[in-house]
Design a protein around this ligand. Sequence first.
Ligand code: URA
Length: 426
Amino acid sequence: MTNFSAVDVIATKRDGGTLSDGAITWLLDAYMRGDVADEQMSSLLMAIFFNGLAPQELRTWTDRMIASGERLDLQGLSRPTVDKHSTGGVGDKISLILAPLMASCGAAVPQLSGRGLGHTGGTLDKLEAIPGWRATLTNNEIRSQLEAIGAVICAAGPGLAPVDRRLYALRDVTATVESIPLISSSIMSKKIAEGTGALVLDVKVGRGAFIKDPARARELATTMVTLGTSHGVATIAQLTNMDAPLGRAVGNALEVTESVEVLRGAGPEDVRELTLGLARIMVELVGLDVDPEIKLDDGSAYDVYRQMIQAQGGDSDAVLATAKFRETVVAPRAGIVQSVDALCVGMAAWRLGAGRARKEDPVSAAAGVLCLVREGNEVEAKQPLFELHADDVEHLVRGRDTIKDAFVLGDNAVTSSPLLIERIEK
Ligand code: URA
């Protein structure tokens, strides 16, 4: 292969030029081999942050990210494969309900997930609140569980798009995370390498989301849909509102409990609405003629959930960890809840112990926040608004300090914005 010069590649992007397929391929491969230094890659990432990547550049960049590792082979399963990716929200426990729901509709859902960092929780952290549940599966175990049960939620192994780990670590310390081509290639390389045939993207927008501006969220969604489609993965994105937390529960065991409530036909209406909205898109993507609402209401999805948890060593009937310290936060006066701020609630749950600041930190299963009111609710003075859960007093105090800014009380009636904002497809 032609040898390029890292300095020339950086200078081309710095000056707003276009990188050839050969230059991108060489660069990412050389970076993996250790022939391009972290400081050179950091400079290129900053040049991409400012000057972007054209569609062909992004396609090749993503191809090389996928080729940096293994690609799971899910061909030959008796069910069509379809997965969901969410860009991350507060109280977002949808995967726990959606994966078994889709399996009960006849699909196979290979949900290879990550752990949470910062104010948004990770699906694996939530499931690890279930005694015995195991996040790590071999590729053979993933395949046989998909065939037998139709749903797997497990850790994405280190073999999937390994260059992403190194690029993400650099982006994290060089202020280059918030770049649409870099986010899109990072997310989509892992999803494409996972081998799913179809994908729905839940792109969150609002106060508690990674992206606050609807126009940027739309651009991110469109870029990811184009990447998925051009790699042969039928992809549709749904922009969804993340101004307020999803459901009432924020925290690992609290969210598992709420997911089970929804799977048993109860639970908060917004969690049910989003789960069914995404399930309808997934059913359509793989051409299944089933109404997911029926499968949720007749208990089929709950049956699959129990099988899915048990197949990975979890006790689906176990009583989950509860917090040693609980405290309610009450309304300072009577009024109407004008807003509940997802970011603030997410930060409070994190400080209560539900999340981690660094990858290697442990998380508490029991810590978190229960939101007892929603935007638009009328409340009396001293009515409980939130319940804080923590394992020790230090965490409780930190959560208490944060939650006080999580709501606005006023006197005006409030009309809530829709949860499902816009569908984006090719
Ligand atoms: N999630 C990812 O996997 N990658 C990003 O770049 C951002 C969010």
